[in-house]
Write a protein of this length. Structure first.
Length: 95
């Protein structure tokens, strides 16, 4: 679902009186704040939804698929999301 489709979905499935434009602005503001918090090394926990956090991936050995040369893949930090057990249960019921 693209952002405009999602905003229409939210507007149609909630009793909000916000316009689609204000909903879109609010959504981008929330996502931007999550991004800023993650860049500062903080995690963001949304009750009954999940937790956004940065995880450190250890350095590891790899192989260049073209040359078969062994390479060292450096350590890096990547964003991750872990859904809450409540969300997991709700999604299982939907199936």
């Amino acid at each position: 679902m693209k952002i405009d489709e999602f905003i229409t979905y939210v507007k149609g499935n909630t009793d909000t009186e916000l316009s689609k434009a204000k909903l879109k602005d609010a959504m981008y503001d929330i996502l931007n704040c999550i991004e800023i918090a993650l860049s500062e090394g903080k995690s963001v926990k949304i009750k009954d939804f999940g937790t956004f956090e940065m995880k450190k991936k250890q350095a590891k050995a790899g192989v260049n698929p073209v040359t078969q040369e062994k390479i060292e893949i450096p350590e890096k930090t990547v964003p991750s999301f872990k859904m809450s057990s409540n969300l997991k249960k709700r999604l299982t019921i939907v199936k």
